[in-house]
Write a protein that binds this ligand. Structure first.
Ligand code: ADP
Ligand code: ZN
Ligand code: ZN
Length: 723
């Protein structure tokens, strides 16, 4: 064979593999190779300079791509990510590829279906469809232009409406093969708004960008960040460049899509989980070929190659969902900043409540800090009310003063939003006679009571069973829910406010596809005066008629072992507060607490998020916590705790004993036992990133040889968020 090449394979082993090949594939091209008894799709990393002769080399079966899958800067980025996260390049690549490409599918388009109106359909008067709203909406769109099947899904048109229109002979399906690279013209669909001075300053600063600058765009909710995005994007699009936009949650993509489409008549693709694998690949190909002007997606969209990237926007940069919590544990915001650097384009991190990491980068001038302190238009900031609930009787978590306040807002025809971060009826089932609590057999956790389904569910391992009639300890039938979840809150609200319909939005009430979208729309349209939700509701949604928002129970965060709990509470409070009130209807936000005197809460209420966050930053500095130190967390789990502890101890011993290196543990995870497995962790803390990387580079190769590690499942998390 002519060449020996190095291949990155989707296996957890942090190394490359040598293969024989008759041709020399491009660096970054996919190849199919034998691996053990399997065939895997890997990526060529280059020619082996010092072939590893310790094993019998096999030959490449097939070179799939003629050229590299990614443009050069993206390839750099993937290599950087592998290095920074100490994660196998093959697995990094695996995460960065659409499913079909992982499986070895060609990186080219396939025929898809396009829907268009027939002659008859073009002539239909939309008013005739008044009674079939979904059909009307779809036909209206199709009369404007044909839609691909993926557009239909992306824009959430109803499949049954489509079918009905086809059956009436108004719409037909034709085969469509997308062209390889379609160019587009920049076109404005609607005139931009007149910016206020702060917005204008922000747009101007971004327009004058040093190419790779990162901006922290900090603007209170409703301050018009989106307008700043839009006007900054206009400049980029006008130059024929693409914009990549990350949103924290798939529920927010259609909303974002609509706002962008309203402004720009350019092709937008969405990397949406509702798309089929094929449709996702097509969207990815559109981005890579440059036929898509705007690319919107969640976390993993940061790895979408773009032919002519001009800007990256990370909306709600503080949001936890940007961090992947298993396998390749990357933070999409940090990857975005690095990508901006590699591709020499500006990155905008937008939020009302910056993460302390980003705030610190802004304060020490690594990021440019752009602030929008006023609500756009005429809206004024919400009034904050701290409600001391010590000694007050609570009805499903509601105090009497809050119930009274709710009544006033409801009577005035306004909307009320209640926020409780616990789904289900009650977080535990208690025996009233002996105090027994129903506990999951496989976790250190209590079962959550789900009344509607008459079930106990463990929210940690998914175990479920019917609600028992009797106490397992004493046989009493006096079993009651302890604590309050959203389901119970909803029920109580029906009793307290029988005249006002209640809408609950949590994971249980939005399981059906499309139901979250529908619920959010109903909430926005004020079809329900009372909204109840978990943190799903605290993210970036706008409910114009909400004038009262209340957080029912946040005390847990004040005394949490997690040093990030306070930061998250501050963000949640500020985000929820941002949902309340607008121009003609000033808003009120209520925080119920048993600890009204708590310093954090006082700071938050009296001085606002920025002040609160800067205080929190100073505290982190004093206690040497991130971002003033660097964390890496080893996690391990197994069926017996001795094995887990021994495994982490053997890792701990590999680190040198030095003043500037802290190795903490092994200590039990917050939930020591989950799904029957014992979980422990070991924390590495250094002051400098460089030292952390150096230590891990030295330690990790030894781990393969540690016998203790073979008995457990373990992982490494760089910049861990929850532990
Ligand atoms: P954010 O994303 O910061 O929460 P939005 O961009 O959604 O805020 O803006 C909130 C509202 O204010 C929107 O209805 C938007 O159309 C409006 N708005 C934004 N900028 C302006 C402006 N300069 N003049 C008037 N209205 C504006
Ligand atoms: Zn009992
Ligand atoms: Zn469990």
């Amino acid at each position: 064979m002519a060449f020996i090449i190095q291949i990155a394979l989707p296996v957890p082993l942090p190394r490359l593999f040598d293969y024989d090949s008759e041709t020399l594939p491009a660096v970054g091209a996919r190849v199919r190779v034998p691996f053990g008894k399997r065939e895997l799709v890997g990526v060529c990393v280059g020619e082996a300079s010092a072939p590893d002769d310790s094993y019998q080399r096999k030959a490449v079966i097939e070179v799939i791509d003629e050229h590299a899958v990614w443009p050069a800067p993206m390839w750099q980025l993937l290599n950087w990510a592998s290095d920074y996260y100490h994660h196998s390049l093959g697995d990094v690549i695996q995460n960065a590829l659409p499913v079909l490409l992982r499986q070895g599918e060609r990186a080219s388009y396939q025929a898809t279906t396009r829907y268009q109106v027939t002659e008859q359909g073009a002539a239909v008067a939309l008013n005739d469809l008044k009674r079939a709203v979904q059909q009307q909406r779809l036909l209206a769109a199709l009369q404007q232009s044909a839609l691909l099947s993926r557009d239909i899904r992306m824009q959430e048109y109803s499949p049954s409406a489509l079918k009905a229109l086809q059956e009436k002979g108004w719409v037909e399906a034709v085969e469509h093969i997308p062209a390889a690279a379609q160019s587009w013209q920049f076109e404005i669909a609607a005139e931009p708004l007149q910016l206020n001075p702060e917005q204008a300053l922000a747009v101007a600063a971004i327009g004058a960008a040093k190419q790779a600058q990162t901006y922290l765009l900090q603007g209170v909710t409703g301050s018009g960040k989106t307008e700043v995005y839009l006007q900054a994007m206009a400049d980029v699009l006008r130059r024929g460049k693409q914009v990549l936009v990350l949103v924290p949650e798939i529920g927010l993509t259609p909303q974002t899509l609509r706002r962008f489409q309203k402004r720009f008549a350019v092709p937008v693709v969405m990397l949406h989980s509702a798309l089929s694998d094929r449709e996702r690949l097509d969207a990815w190909l559109d981005a890579r070929a440059g036929s898509a002007a705007i690319i919107i997606g969640t976390r993993s969209a940061i790895f979408t190659p773009c032919k002519a990237l001009g800007m990256i926007i990370v909306d709600e940069e503080h949001d936890g969902s940007l961090k992947q919590q298993d396998g390749f544990r990357y933070h999409a915001r940090d990857i975005a900043v690095m990508r901006g650097h590699e591709e020499q384009v500006p990155v905008i991190l937008g939020t009302a409540t910056p993460s302390l990491e980003s705030l610190n980068n802004a304060l020490n001038k690594r990021y440019a800090h752009l602030q929008l302190s006023q609500r756009a238009g005429q809206a004024i900031a919400a009034k904050h009310v701290l409600m001391d609930i010590k000694n007050l009787p609570l009805k499903a978590g509601l105090s009497q003063p809050l119930i009274q306040l709710m009544g006033e807002h409801l009577k005035a025809g306004q909307q009320v939003l209640l926020f409780l971060n616990r789904r289900g009826f009650a977080p535990a089932l208690l025996c009233h006679e002996c105090g027994w609590l129903a506990q999951c057999r496989r976790c250190d956790a209590y079962y959550t009571v789900h009344q509607g389904k008459r079930q106990l569910q463990c929210h940690h391992c998914g175990a479920q069973q019917p609600i028992p009639r009797q106490c397992h300890d004493c046989g009493s039938t006096q079993l009651i829910g302890r604590g309050v979840g959203t389901e119970q809150l909803e029920q109580t609200l029906h009793e307290k406010f029988p005249d006002y319909p209640v809408l609950r939005i949590d994971r249980d009430s939005t399981r059906k596809k499309g139901s979250l979208q529908q619920h959010l729309e109903d909430a926005r349209d004020n079809k329900y005066p009372i909204l109840v939700g978990t943190q799903m509701l605290a993210k970036g949604h706008h409910f114009p008629d909400v004038t009262l928002a209340a957080l029912l129970d946040v005390d847990g965060a004040l005394y949490s072992a997690d040093f990030r709990a306070a930061e998250r509470l501050g963000q949640m409070f500020t985000q929820v507060a941002g949902r309340a009130g607008r121009a003609s209807k000033p808003g009120t936000v209520v925080l119920q607490t048993h600890h009204p005197e708590h310093e954090l809460i006082q700071d938050l209420i009296n001085n606002g998020y920025s002040h609160f966050a800067e205080t929190a930053l100073r505290e982190r500095q004093l206690t040497h916590l991130p971002p003033f130190s660097q964390h890496a967390l080893f996690r391990a789990e197994a069926n017996n705790s001795e094995a887990v502890i021994a495994a982490l101890e053997s890792i701990a011993k590999l680190f040198p004993v030095r003043d500037d290196v802290i190795v903490l543990g092994p200590i039990p995870a917050v939930m020591e036992r989950r799904a029957g497995r014992y979980r422990y962790q070991l924390l590495l803390q250094t002051e400098q990133r460089g030292l952390r990387a150096q230590l891990l580079r030295y330690v990790l190769p030894h781990l393969e040889k540690l016998p203790e590690l073979r008995k457990v499942r373990w992982s490494l998390d760089i910049d861990p968020q929850d532990f």
